[in-house]
Write a protein that binds this ligand. Structure first.
Ligand SMILES: [Mn+2]
Length: 335
C-alpha cells in the first residue's frame, strides 16, 4: 500500500538562492531523460516569469521524443562546457547531485558559480559543495520536487510548464504505473491537468511517434528475449548488427526495457544494448523484491532501487549478458 506521505518543502535557502540569482544556468545530467529535461524546462519557464536571465543548459544527447519539451522555449538552450560556467551567478543542478554527472570526470570546482541541487537520487553531493540542496530519494521524480520549488517561488503554472512537469512525472513513474506513483505524484498530476496540461498530448509525444526503424529494431530485439535464473530474470539484446540492419539510431530503442519487464514471473528485467561509444549499456528494472540499484553499483553503475544502469566495457551485448549472469545469480534468487 502506498503512503499518503507528503514530500518535505524545499529549504528556504534554496528558494532564496533562486530569488537572488540573475544569470541562472539550469542543467540536468548528461543525456537528460524526461524527468531531468522536463523539470529543467519547467524551472526555466518559472524563472523567466520572475524576470531572470535564464539559460537552459544540457550536455550530451537530446532525445527525439523529448524535443517537444523545447517548443516555445523562452530561455536560450546551450550545450554547456565547463569553461562557460563563470558566466553565470547561479547554477541549478537538476536530477543529479554532482557536476561529474553532467561532465564526466569534472573536477575543476574553481569554475563553478554558486550552485544548488534539486534531485531524487540516493547519491550525496560532493562535500565542498552546493549552497543549498533539495534532495529526497523517496520522491518519484525530480519533477515532483520541482513542482514544490515552483510553487514556493510563487510562479504560476502555465500550460507549457505544466506539460513539462507532467512529462517529468510520467517519465519516472512509467506513466504512473510503478510503485513510486504515490497519492502525492497523482495529486500533482491533477493540479497540472487543471493548469492546462494535455495528458493525451504528452503521452503521445513520449511514447508514440514510432519510426519504421524502431519497429524493425524491436522485431529483431524481441528475438533475443531470454529468461534466466529460474525465470526471475528476463533480458533482451540490441547489437550493432541489429542497429545497422534496422538503420536505427540510439533514440529508436528508448523504453525497450519495458518488453523484458512485461514477462510474467520476471522480477528483474535487463536490456543489454550498444551505447554508441563501443561499449554495452545495461538498463535494469525490478519489482520491489529486488534492489537493482545495489546490483548496478556492484558493476560500477548506479540508480534507484527499481531502476538502475551500468556500462559493461564489452562492445558485444551478448558478452555483457554472460558477464552479468555470471555474477547476478548470487543476487537474483528465489525468495
Ligand atoms: Mn529522475
Amino acid at each position: 500500500m502506498s503512503s499518503a506521505r507528503k514530500i518535505p518543502s524545499p529549504p528556504p535557502s534554496l528558494i532564496e538562492a533562486l530569488r537572488m540569482g540573475r544569470r541562472v544556468l539550469i542543467i540536468g545530467h548528461e543525456n537528460p531523460d524526461g524527468d531531468s529535461l522536463g523539470s529543467s524546462v519547467a524551472l526555466a519557464r518559472a524563472l523567466c516569469q520572475l524576470g531572470k536571465d535564464v539559460t537552459l543548459g544540457y550536455r550530451g544527447r537530446l532525445y527525439n521524443h523529448l524535443l517537444f519539451l523545447l517548443d516555445q522555449l523562452t530561455s536560450s538552450l546551450v550545450e554547456v562546457e565547463p569553461s562557460d560556467l563563470p558566466k553565470f551567478d547561479l547554477m541549478v543542478l537538476v536530477d543529479c547531485a554532482h557536476p561529474n554527472r553532467v561532465w564526466p570526470g569534472f573536477s575543476d570546482f574553481q569554475l563553478l558559480p554558486p550552485w544548488i541541487v534539486i534531485d531524487h537520487h540516493p547519491m550525496d553531493p560532493p562535500k565542498s559543495g552546493p549552497m543549498a540542496i533539495y534532495r529526497d530519494p523517496k520522491a518519484s521524480s525530480s519533477g515532483e520536487l520541482m513542482f514544490s520549488v515552483i510553487q514556493s517561488l510563487g510562479a504560476v503554472f502555465d500550460q507549457l510548464m505544466a506539460e513539462a512537469l507532467l512529462a517529468a512525472l510520467m517519465s519516472d513513474t512509467g506513466f504512473f504505473s510503478q510503485a513510486n506513483a504515490t497519492p502525492e505524484s497523482l495529486r500533482q498530476a491533477s493540479v497540472l491537468l487543471a493548469a492546462g496540461a494535455r495528458s493525451d498530448y504528452v503521452v503521445g509525444r513520449l511514447k508514440r511517434d514510432w519510426t519504421q526503424a524502431r519497429v524493425k529494431l524491436l522485431r529483431l530485439a524481441l528475438a533475443t528475449m531470454e529468461l534466466n535464473l529460474s525465470g526471475l530474470l528476463s533480458s533482451m539484446l540490441i547489437s550493432q548488427e541489429m542497429m545497422d540492419e534496422a538503420e536505427a539510431s540510439l533514440d529508436d530503442m528508448e523504453g525497450f526495457v519495458e518488453y523484458p519487464r512485461a514477462m510474467a514471473g520476471s522480477e528483474v528485467a535487463a536490456l543489454f544494448r550498444v551505447d554508441g561509444h563501443g561499449h554495452t549499456r545495461v538498463s535494469l528494472r525490478s519489482t520491489a523484491n529486488y534492489n537493482v540499484g545495489e546490483l548496478a553499483a556492484s558493476f560500477g553503475g548506479g540508480g534507484h532501487s527499481q531502476a538502475a544502469a551500468y556500462t559493461d566495457p564489452s562492445p558485444d551485448p551478448a558478452k555483457a549478458r554472460e558477464s552479468f549472469l555470471a555474477q547476478a545469480h548470487q543476487f537474483i534468487k528465489p525468495r
